[in-house]
Design a protein around this ligand. Structure first.
Ligand code: GAF
Length: 382
């Protein structure tokens, strides 16, 4: 699959610019468990996947730079010294955002040409945005010898998203996309930015993604609102992040919070514990325990944190009905995108057929099933 992308992108680059580019692959990510914990300095359990973005980049001798989104057949020319956020939702904000953040580090870059194309379905919650940001910062770092470490690059990608895209995201997506390891998930401590790789081999079970193929429009503003709620609760608690609070601590300020905000903070504290329990379950090959944690995570996201939607809830309910699925939950920021399911391999086909039919019947549209492989993070294509 990647070879098709590589071929498309390099062919287009040569057609447009008549020289040979540097090629980068940057993957999307899944997350086994730990949702909305990253910006609370907590734990997450993501992995890079074999779907992502291929970017081609090379110097330009013009007095402007060019970026071409091959999927959209959309080309822009821009002045590196005059970058402003474009209208909300447009892809160029990822490009401009990364350049602007590099410039803040007092690093000089020259004009360049960029072509990119991806195979991560937009809105699927697999973080095509982090893949794009990372591919650009990695490409520019290589092309102009900027000397950034991978750690510095992911912070640039994250800031691009904050300041140009307008989503105050945590570090999970950029981290997983940059540092992913083949066949492994990463138990990441978002405070220390240290991670422990876990080989993922669920024997007769597998991870399966089911895409609702919906993305409800309030997602970005709701995301930032959730972050603000968490920060406000921290101020009242007198802690730096919800990572530092226990359920007992939260009880002591319950009368100072609205019931909704109390539930949201409680969700984060509980989800953080679930991530650590999930890592123990994987260490002990206890897939029943892992599955239960996934269902509990979804319930918290649905009822307490309130970032799910009826399509996601429906898919998780379908999973609960099947004796061949040990656990399932919505994945990523929420309000659409995918569920992640822990499914018996021998019944994966049967489960996906039953679920697809039921989804079609209920919502009058289809869902999509992805069997993913856990893959290496952002890298040069030699
Ligand atoms: C989005 C964000 F980008 C991540 O940082 C993370 O907060 C996630 O939602 C929810 O866990 O993907």
């Amino acid at each position: 699959m990647q070879s098709l992308l590589i071929n498309d992108v390099s062919t287009k680059f040569f057609q447009l610019f008549k020289n040979k580019p540097i090629l980068i692959f940057s993957p999307g990510r899944i997350n086994i468990i730990g949702e909305h914990t990253d910006y609370n300095d907590g734990f997450v359990f993501p992995a890079a996947v074999n779907k992502g973005i291929v970017a081609a980049i090379q110097n330009s001798d013009t007095n402007y730079s060019t970026a071409y989104a091959l999927d959209l057949d959309n080309k822009i020319e821009f002045d590196l010294n005059n970058l402003k956020p474009s209208k909300s939702g447009s892809w160029e904000n990822y490009v401009f955002g990364v350049i602007a953040e590099i410039k803040k580090k007092n690093k000089e870059i020259g004009n360049f040409n960029l072509v990119f194309k991806g195979n991560i379905p937009v809105g699927s919650g697999l973080s095509s945005s982090a893949a794009l940001e990372n591919s650009i910062v990695f490409g520019l770092n290589t092309l102009f010898n900027l000397g950034f470490t991978k750690q510095e690059m992911i912070l640039i990608s994250q800031k691009a998203e904050h300041n140009f895209v307008g989503v105050k995201c945590g570090i999970m997506d950029q981290y997983a996309s940059m540092f992913g390891i083949k066949n492994h998930a990463l138990l990441l401590d978002c405070r220390t930015m240290e991670s422990k790789p876990y080989q993922i081999d669920f024997k007769n079970h597998q991870l399966m993604l089911i895409n609702t193929n919906v993305k409800h429009s309030l997602s970005d503003s709701a995301y930032n609102d959730r972050r603000t709620v968490c920060e406000n609760v921290c101020k009242i608690l007198g802690v730096h992040a919800l990572r530092d609070a226990t359920v007992q601590d939260l009880e002591t300020i319950k009368d100072k919070l609205t019931p909704n905000d109390y539930q949201k903070a409680l969700y984060v504290i509980e989800e953080n514990c679930r991530v650590l329990l999930a890592s123990k379950a994987i260490e002990n090959s206890d897939l029943d325990a892992l599955g239960l944690l996934l269902f509990q995570s979804h319930s918290g996201l649905q009822h307490q944190y309130k970032v799910s939607c009826e399509e996601l809830d429906f898919l998780v309910d379908q999973a609960k009905l099947s004796q061949h699925v040990l656990g399932a939950r919505m994945m990523g920021g929420g309000f659409g995108g995918c569920t992640i399911n822990l499914v018996d391999r021998n019944f994966a086909k049967e489960f996906s057929e039953i679920t697809s039919k039921a989804y079609q019947k209920t919502f009058g549209k289809s869902c999509s099933i992805y069997n993913i492989e856990l893959s290496e993070g952002t890298h040069l294509i030699e």
